[in-house]
Design a protein around this ligand. Structure first.
Ligand SMILES: Cc1cc2nc3c(=O)[nH]c(=O)nc-3n(C[C@H](O)[C@H](O)[C@H](O)COP(=O)(O)OP(=O)(O)OC[C@H]3O[C@@H](n4cnc5c(N)ncnc54)[C@H](O)[C@@H]3O)c2cc1C
Length: 372
């Protein structure tokens, strides 16, 4: 099939309607910069994703007047971090009131976050297009080999989008990153993660609950809407072997640590397929920008779920990049070197967070035992 279909000509083409891409589109439209946001999925509803907002992410959403719209759809502040053993609380960590903290994280369902930002973007006016079922397949190059946009398949049909700047907000397996040759260094962390979501029992207080299972971390996150998200670390590559073992004793350990979950676990976690496996890795791209292409969020730096940094880091990147692009718009995006500044501004903090994750992961068991 020949590719004759030009979908749009836009200032900024953003690949990926996750938290980073969605926020960036909103911030640019507000300043009169046109965007085309493409998303490979048919809608905003995703599988398991980072949904815990920390104070950094909260501050950005408040700064841009978005937080109240998200709250209207529903969000749940978590009151405490608790360390548990066999039905008893060993230790608690409260918000640091001296630092102005009022929670230890806010659970925001992914669709509430994305829908609220998209609704506000629609309110700004006609400067944006969001195209679902549209997957980026390559970079569009002019005759002189300069990058003029991207190739896509929309509903399976080849097409292209012309743009002055291309933003890869397309997550941990970024196609923009691959086509721009901005390859990351990937790091394994020695564990994989089993996820499950079950209804919370009556009276379940909103908190993060941690326990140790065979030396690995088990974390429970209270969720808006009356759910508990379970994140259970298992040895890296160990799931196939685990599945050879009987299921009941495995899940029995969860119930032993949190007896009040017994009924919900019995009703909703009945076999291995009630868990979703996440292969855990982090990555960091040595360069986040090349010519008129720039990466944000997981595309530039994938984090592990530890410490719940990833979603918030994507929002921070979008916030900073919007400032740079607003400046660049003044000379019609000719000063593309300015895109390098995103990494100059954000790189150190991101690398500190990646190092903090490794430190938190390696010290978990020792910390847990100190509470006994
Ligand atoms: C299991 C799990 C739990 C986590 N828990 C937390 C947490 O509690 N708190 C936290 O802060 N972070 C957490 N994270 C991390 C967080 O989810 C990510 O850091 C965050 O979603 C990154 O946002 P993003 O916008 O960069 O990318 P993403 O959210 O990954 O969005 C990228 C988007 O790009 C789309 N896309 C991909 N390729 C293409 C293509 N070729 N063309 C078009 N579209 C494309 C994808 O469909 C997706 O919608 C967790 C991650 C995982 C996997």
């Amino acid at each position: 099939m020949t590719e004759t279909n030009s979908l749009s000509h836009t200032d900024v083409c953003i690949v990926g309607a996750g938290p980073g891409g969605m926020l960036l589109s909103y911030l640019l439209n507000q300043q009169g910069i046109s965007t085309t946001l493409i998303e490979r999925q048919p809608h905003l509803h995703k599988s398991f994703r980072g949904e815990l907002l920390n104070t950094d992410g909260e501050a950005i959403l408040k700064k841009h007047g978005l937080f109240t719209h998200i709250q209207e759809l529903g969000a749940l502040p978590l009151e405490q971090i608790q360390y548990w053993e066999e039905g008893n609380i060993l230790h608690t960590i409260d918000p640091d009131l001296n630092k102005g903290e009022r929670h230890v994280g806010i659970h925001v369902p992914q669709d509430h976050l994305l829908e609220a930002i998209m609704a506000q973007t629609d309110n700004v006016g006609p400067l944006h297009q969001t195209r679902f079922n549209t997957v980026m397949t390559g970079l569009l190059r002019d005759k002189d080999r300069s990058i003029a946009g991207i190739h896509v398949r929309q509903n399976g049909v080849p097409a292209y989008i012309k743009a002055s700047v291309i933003v890869g907000a397309d997550g941990r397996y970024s196609a923009v990153r691959k086509h721009a040759g901005l390859m990351p260094e990937i790091r394994k962390h020695g564990y994989d993660l089993l996820w499950a979501r079950i209804p919370a029992p009556a009276g379940w207080e909103p908190a993060v609950r941690m326990a140790s299972m065979d030396g690995q971390q088990l974390a429970l996150f209270s969720q808006y809407g009356g759910y508990v998200q379970i994140g259970w670390n298992i040895p890296e590559g160990g799931y196939a072997k685990l599945r050879e073992q009987p299921f009941a004793p495995f899940v029995g350990k969860l119930v032993a640590a949190f007896p009040c979950l017994a009924d919900s676990v019995a009703a909703h976690i009945q076999n291995w397929s009630d868990f979703v496996l996440l292969s855990v890795e982090s990555s960091y791209s040595a360069r986040w920008a090349m010519d008129n292409v720039v990466l944000i969020g997981d595309a530039a730096h994938t984090m592990t779920p530890t410490g719940a940094f990833g979603l918030n880091a994507a929002l921070e990147d979008a916030d900073i990049l919007s400032d740079l692009l607003i400046q660049m718009a003044k000379d019609d995006f000719r000063s593309v070197d300015a895109l390098q500044q995103l990494q100059d501004i954000r790189g150190t903090k991101v690398q500190q967070q990646l190092a903090r994750q490794i430190e938190m992961e390696s010290s978990f068991q020792q910390r847990y035992e100190s509470f006994r």
